[in-house]
Design a protein around this ligand. Structure first.
Ligand code: ADP
Ligand code: MG
Length: 249
């Protein structure tokens, strides 16, 4: 059996009186590529924030790498690209190298040796996303797709075991999307990184992921993508056209 990376058990979450997740349970296994879909306001971002410990469950438990999330400390194992990344100030005068290295997990000394190692980590992350030669370029001078790859490098710099991405494809052109998915394939297959991403682009995503979490009205429906039974749920959410998307394999 594969290692369970995340176990969510009877999880509920509320913002004040507003219950947005109601008793949901699912697992994520090592090597999974998980897609999260659901209409606006269905608590996709909230669920992601709960899984990385930014929010605390109102009820239920989350286990990360076999440890209760309240006791979990190895946050460098987790990469996260938030929904707000694309709103990043274009004029911010930082170079790619500075942006990626700013995310290096701290807690080490400031000896030169460590610094050398850190710059190797930055180079490695930039190499994976094929942005090495832009190292000294300012972030404001990059295209949408290039910026996206820099933020992926930023999330990769600590060599995480799992990467969470909140709508990484919004505002990215089609060519960059294709490139994004081949990068995901490389991270997943070559580097063994477990991937969890939120996207509205169900058509393409459902062909790439192996597990789909459908969020609707506080509930989560979890399925293997190749025998996706969220059909009914999705028809409610997105309308009839969804069936065409899913059965076009
Ligand atoms: N910080 C917050 N305080 C109060 N309500 C929130 C907050 N963040 C999100 N919500 C509400 O929780 C629900 C789920 O939001 P969110 O997780 O952002 O959904 P999604 O990412 O699926 O669009 C929405 O009704 C939203 O208005
Ligand atoms: Mg969201």
């Amino acid at each position: 059996m594969k290692e369970k990376i995340i176990t969510v058990d009877n999880l509920s979450f509320r913002y004040g009186a507003n219950k947005v997740l109601d008793n949901v349970s699912f697992i994520v296994e090592k090597g999974d590529f998980v897609g999260i879909i659901g209409p606006n306001g269905s608590a996709k971002s909230t669920l992601l924030k709960l899984m990385i410990g930014l929010l605390k469950p109102s009820k239920g438990t989350i286990t990360l790498f076999g440890k209760d999330i309240n006791e979990f400390k190895n946050f460098e194992k987790i990469g996260y690209i938030s929904q707000n990344v694309r709103d990043f100030n274009q004029m911010f005068p930082a170079t790619i190298e500075e942006i990626v290295s700013a995310n290096l997990y701290l807690g080490k000394g400031l000896f030169n040796k460590t610094k050398e190692k850190d710059s190797m980590k930055v180079d490695r992350a930039l190499r994976i996303v094929e942005m090495e030669r832009f190292k000294n370029v300012k972030i404001g001078n990059l295209s949408g797709g290039q910026k996206q790859r820099v933020f992926i490098a930023r999330a990769l710099v600590n060599n995480p075991n799992i990467l969470f991405m909140d709508e990484p494809l919004v505002g990215v052109d089609l060519e960059s999307q294709t490139r994004f998915y081949s990068l995901m394939d490389k991270l997943n297959k070559e580097y063994g990184i477990t991937l969890v991403m939120i996207s509205h682009d169900i058509g393409i995503m459902s062909k790439k992921v192996n597990r789909i979490l459908c969020l609707s009205k506080g509930k989560v429906y979890c399925h293997d993508s190749n025998k996706c039974q969220c059909g009914n749920v999705l028809t409610d959410i997105y309308g009839e056209s969804i069936n065409l998307l899913f059965h076009d394999h």
